[in-house]
Design a protein around this ligand. Structure first.
Ligand code: DX5
Ligand code: ZN
Length: 214
């Protein structure tokens, strides 16, 4: 299974967001990862649908929206209308995950569920057949630049076994040291923020994540 790289624009220079997106796309990014935080589900605030719509106007690359918000059902329609291709929400953040998966699909997007580090894959046992993607958080959501949690490697392996050939994404602390651990465990979409945007060459950084045999 080939590994796809999704730079998280949370670590981009927001004054030059369009340029920063084009730069990672030209450097080989397969998706753009868009982190939405509400100051409730996580202790940080980021961006909403109007920013996503602006990004949609500068790139054709799939937009991968990661909702770290309580009651995500309130906003999925807005993000779909703004141009999302994939919408992931946290299973911890809604009472009705099954209903929400179908709402996202009815809006024409792929549906993903994200798991906090302390949430077992067992929580989604009865949802797995409905999902296009599972997002395994490898840090506690809320901030970029945190350290990878090694215990998550086993969870990635378990989620891969549940998902067959569908997408398993990882997010948090992914760099040239951790990419091979998650890829070998079965992750096929690697989100990376501070590592890619902190590198002088985005292309070198993206290639180093894909080339996980090194
Ligand atoms: C964390 C976000 C991540 C974050 C990743 O809550 O969901 O997408 O931007 O940043 P790094 O790669 O720096 O850990
Ligand atoms: Zn994210």
């Amino acid at each position: 299974m080939s590994v796809r790289i999704a730079p998280s624009i949370l670590s981009a220079d927001f004054c030059r967001l369009g340029e920063e997106i084009n730069a990672v796309v030209e450097s080989g990014a397969d998706l753009i990862h868009f982190d939405v935080m509400d100051g409730q589900f996580v202790p940080n605030l980021t961006m909403g649908p109007p920013v996503l719509a602006s990004i949609r106007s500068v790139t054709e690359v799939p937009l991968d929206v990661h909702l770290m918000i309580d009651e995500p059902e309130r906003y999925v329609e807005d993000f779909a209308n703004a141009g999302a291709d994939i919408i992931s929400f946290h299973v911890e953040a809604t009472q009705h995950p099954h209903r929400l998966i179908h709402k996202i699909k009815d809006l024409g997007c792929q549906a993903g569920i994200a798991l906090n580090p302390s949430t077992s894959q067992d929580e989604i046992e009865y949802l797995v057949d409905e999902l296009d993607m599972v997002l395994v958080m490898t840090v506690n959501p809320g901030f970029s630049g945190q350290s990878f949690i090694p215990d998550m490697v086993e969870k990635i392996r378990n989620v891969r076994a549940m998902m067959g050939d569908r997408d398993v994404e990882v997010d948090g602390g992914i760099d040239n040291q951790t990419a091979h651990l998650v890829s070998e465990a079965g992750a096929n979409i690697l989100v990376s923020g501070s590592y890619i945007y902190g590198h002088t060459s985005y292309m070198e950084a993206i290639e180093s994540l894909r080339d996980y045999t090194v």
